[in-house]
Design a protein around this ligand. Structure first.
Ligand code: XMP
Length: 606
């Protein structure tokens, strides 16, 4: 699919922002978030942004990127930014770009540096690295290096493999770092960014301040019209709806929540209660679950399920909004909970390798945006900022800090199959007791999507996840192409013959998974681990140890933005009560813990 070039649709730069020019690195948004944590407003723009549009910036950060700066088609910024007289910071590719543009030389390094690397500061580390204490460990990921510095620049740090791990022209306030101060693995990384931000003449930024000022902006944008908004139960739409109500009054806002039957247990009640407390009584809730289950009957293919859920959703939405008399041309506009990365991901960052069209930015919606028929009061905020704003507005902490939940809801976590896949392939060489599952799941390997088997490993002490098993979870999908996922059975110590029972999306299976998901939620909160885990899908599989039995997969992960993820090996004392409660649910036999990172497995199973 071709992406619209959204640079023409971007609002003009806010005066005194710190701009991040995105050369396609996976960390541009992380830099943006970190800058805001330092109290300055940040914006992400494509590197080819014209110089004139950058004149009001307080400072510019040049991100990393996957290419080599000496390649003919490598992304370039306007060299004029180096003459603006504002502080400039180049990171990784950004360092190479500064070196090459100002007359230095960049070449492939002798060795690639990847991961934790020790650097030693030179000249006290200059203005940026003075908190590093002479030596510190930082996160590197590069193949190229600056072998010759431009005139006027001196090194401020070196590493074993890289003589110019950081350099600067302190007078011109131009800095270049080979490492990534934005990632948590870099010691003193946030001190470095704080020092840079402090050198700029930036406009102050905080969510609290934003909450105070955004009202005027919303009122000006809406005029005397009214706003219709779909509330999904997710954090973004809930906060956006609350903000609109608080700003223009509930008599000018109408919310619609479609209960698909595939939401989490008590989700609708929780949202209603939160709105009740705030006096928001304009949310119309429609229970359309029967229609969803009817349309999904007998369907097993994951993408087909997604399509049906999406289409049913649109049909219900249209019917209900027509019934409520909400016509856009008659004084109504549409509210959306779009947040900053959603805006940027669609077409904004031309050089990022992974671009997807967000559902808030499909063509029909894009047209409405151009006609001024959409208001998106959160479009400048990052997720953490949306959560903090939600709390400022009086929404409960537990609601605004909920884990991300996919749009199709439990629909993509109820694994469906009408017949078992034949698991009779070779897993010889796996040195521990194991058994292939009779179902397949989605993964990402190499260039694309895979749909392969999962291998379950068994251990004498099922609740203990050892280093060996975690290593096997990485090794097996690399070595044996039939598998893209590796699990540990946490309910049984020895391999069980799996008994398959056909299963699709039914109200009974949805209720069972809601209960299981709720148990996991409660146990994670009880262990005070809930907010340390980024997301925790709980998946229902159509087989067990006896006819009609089913299994549960626990999939706790750590992630920054869901592009990559690490499986979390929960401690035995957390798993123990969780597994006991799950097995007490009628029909649940086996419980597995998913040990696979992304890649090779996706976060969700479908
Ligand atoms: P995967 O499974 O691709 O998921 O590693 C990455 C993130 O996206 C969420 N996800 C979805 N969200 N509609 C959504 O709104 C979907 O169809 C969908 N599929 C996956 C997933 O929960 C994870 O956070």
């Amino acid at each position: 699919m071709t992406q619209p070039d959204s640079s023409s649709q971007r609002p003009p730069l806010r005066a005194k922002s710190i701009v991040i020019l995105d050369f396609g690195g996976q960390y541009a948004h992380l830099i943006g978030r970190r800058v805001r944590e330092c109290g300055a407003y940040s914006e992400i723009l494509p590197p080819e942004t014209p110089l004139a549009a950058l004149r009001d910036a307080a400072g510019i950060i040049l991100s990393g990127g996957p290419q080599s700066v000496y390649d003919t088609d490598s992304p370039q910024a306007d060299p004029g930014i180096l003459e603006l007289g504002i502080p400039i910071l180049g990171l990784c590719y950004g360092l190479h770009w500064i070196a090459q543009t100002l007359g230095g030389e960049v070449k492939p390094g002798k060795e690639k540096e990847y991961g934790h690397t020790r650097i030693t500061t030179v000249h006290g580390g200059g203005a940026l690295l003075q908190d590093c204490g002479g030596e510190c460990v930082v996160w590197m990921s590069h193949g190229d290096e600056a072998v010759r510095l431009p005139e006027g620049f001196s090194p401020i740090a070196t590493s074993d493999n890289c003589a110019h791990a950081a350099f600067s022209d302190e007078d011109r306030k131009i800095f270049a770092l080979q490492f990534h101060p934005e990632v948590a693995h870099s010691q003193h990384g946030s001190d470095v960014l704080k020092r840079f931000v402090a050198l700029t003449d930036h406009a102050p930024w905080s969510v609290e301040n934003y909450a105070r000022h955004v009202g005027e902006q919303i009122i000006a944008e809406i005029g005397d019209r009214r706003v219709f908004m779909l509330v999904s139960g997710g954090v973004d739409s809930t906060v956006a709806f609350t903000l609109l109500n608080e700003t223009i009054g509930s008599h000018r806002v109408q919310g619609l929540l479609i209960d698909t039957g595939l939401m989490r247990k008590d989700e609708v009640r929780m949202i209603r209660n939160a709105f009740d407390v705030l006096g928001i009584d304009n949310l119309h809730v429609v229970d359309a679950s029967e229609e969803f289950f009817r349309n999904l009957a007998g369907i097993t293919e994951p993408e087909e399920k997604r399509r049906i859920i999406g289409e049913t959703f649109l049909a219900v939405q249209k019917r209900e909004s027509d019934a409520m008399g909400l016509r856009l041309e008659e004084g109504w506009i549409m509210g959306q909970g779009t947040i900053y990365p959603d805006t940027i991901e669609t077409g904004g960052t031309k050089h990022a390798a992974t671009i997807k069209t967000h559902h808030n930015r499909v063509e029909a919606v894009q047209k409405m945006i151009e006609q001024g028929l959409v208001i998106e009061p959160l479009k400048e905020l990052y997720k953490d900022e949306v959560r903090r704003l939600g709390e400022e507005l009086g929404l409960p902490h537990a609601l605004v800090w909920r884990h991300p939940f996919p749009g199709p809801g439990l629909g993509v976590r109820i694994l469906c199959a009408t017949e078992p896949f034949d698991p009779s392939f070779d897993a010889t060489g796996v040195p521990v007791p194991h058994c292939a599952l009779p179902v397949r799941s989605v993964g990402v390997q190499g260039d694309g999507r895979t749909y392969r088997h999962a291998l379950a490993l068994f251990a004498d002490t099922p609740l203990q996840v050892t280093e060996e098993y975690r290593r096997l979870a990485t090794k097996i999908p690399n070595a044996i192409p039939a598998f893209n996922r590796v699990l540990q059975c946490v309910s049984h110590p020895t391999a069980q013959p799996f008994v398959f029972t056909p299963g699709t999306v039914t109200p009974e299976r949805a209720l069972l998974l809601q209960e299981a998901d709720n148990i996991v939620d409660e146990e994670m909160r009880r262990a005070e681990l809930y907010e340390h885990i980024w997301q925790f899908p709980v998946v229902l599989l159509p087989f067990g140890t006896r006819e009609g039995g089913q299994s549960i997969v626990l999939r706790p992960i750590q992630s920054q933005e869901a592009m990559t993820a690490n499986a979390v090996a929960l401690p035995a004392e957390v798993l123990d009560p969780m597994v006991k409660r799950l097995r007490a649910l009628p029909g649940i036999d086996l419980v597995f813990l998913d040990l696979t990172n992304k890649p090779p497995a996706t976060i969700e199973w479908e």
